[in-house]
Design a binder for this molecule. Structure first.
Ligand code: SF4
Length: 290
């Protein structure tokens, strides 16, 4: 059996930087709060928990004062910053620069669109942390659409400005944009492709990778948005793709009569975990690791 770990998988730079900021702080203090899981990956959350990083919920955050809290790469809405200012909470802001730039663009668009009564629309996952941060720039007025079925909620008598969550797929955005163009022929429509290329560029790569193996093990946290998207893409090119979050989820029967296994993951999957999966397979098979 041939085993190969995808060289293109592993953390994106936004996640790498958030973890670096957390570890930098944990060298100085043995306790740090992080608003939400620092990354959608249980093994990495657990590794950092052992170093003193405690995940807190938004509800908990709003009861806190006089402490230090790390904001992860997804970004947060303005009320988080306001609560921190009013309650002597020092923020270590690890919002990814790509997300920060998008937040600023949305805020500017929203404010300039008020005079034209424009609708600000975000193509993304409702309730996702990054999307909540983006909607927060518009005082909660932005409409979130997950797909074409949600376009019925728009008012086609008003101008429309569309942005996308950074981790959505380009294909989905193009599909949605075409539909929107057909529906909004009588009003101004601005479409901004704000998908992060750290994710988008992985798609053609991972398609080629997944097609080369008898079995693909896709490793990701279940809450990861880009994990779900990249898994769906792998499954399309290779129906024998299995989603796992941990190597304990590997079923021995998946490996029966299999000549090659490809191991890949999301932008929130540590490379270390992919290597552990490969090592685990090596232990149960005596074969050379590629
Ligand atoms: S996927 Fe892109 S936007 Fe999101 S955290 Fe990573 S680098 Fe930043």
């Amino acid at each position: 059996m041939r085993i190969e770990v995808d060289k293109g998988s592993g953390f994106c730079f936004g996640v790498v930087e958030a973890i670096r900021r957390a570890e930098e702080r944990l060298v100085l203090e043995n306790q740090l709060f992080c608003l939400g899981d620092i990354v959608h990956n249980n093994s990495e959350v657990e590794r950092l928990r052992k170093k003193g990083l405690t995940t807190i919920s938004h509800e908990q955050f709003f009861t806190m004062k006089n402490t230090t809290v790390l904001l992860r790469a997804h970004g947060e809405p303005p009320e988080i910053y306001a609560h921190a200012r009013e309650n002597n909470i020092k923020l270590i802001d690890a919002t990814c620069p790509v997300v920060l730039k998008l937040q600023k663009r949305i805020l500017k668009s929203y404010e300039s669109g008020l005079k034209d009564n424009a609708q600000l629309v975000i193509y993304g996952k409702k309730g996702h942390a990054e999307v909540n941060g983006l909607v927060g720039q518009t005082n909660g007025h932005a409409l979130v659409v997950e797909g074409i079925e949600d376009l019925e909620q728009l008012d086609y008598a008003r101008p429309i400005v569309l942005y996308s969550q950074t981790t959505k797929g380009l294909e989905g955005l193009h599909h949605l944009s075409e539909e929107l163009k057909n529906k909004s022929v009588r009003v101004p429509l601005k479409i901004h492709d704000t998908i992060c290329r750290q994710v988008a560029n992985r798609i053609p790569w991972i398609k080629k990778f997944a097609a080369r193996f008898d079995l693909v093990l896709f490793v990701s946290g279940k809450k990861s948005s880009n994990g779900k998207m990249l898994f769906d893409i792998c499954s399309t090119v290779n129906p024998n793709t299995k989603f796992i979050s941990d190597l304990n989820e590997i079923e021995p029967e998946w490996l029966l009569n299999i000549g090659s296994v490809g191991i890949c993951g999301a932008t929130s999957t540590p490379k270390q975990l992919l290597e552990e999966v490969a090592d685990y397979l090596l232990k149960i098979e005596t074969c050379p690791k590629v």
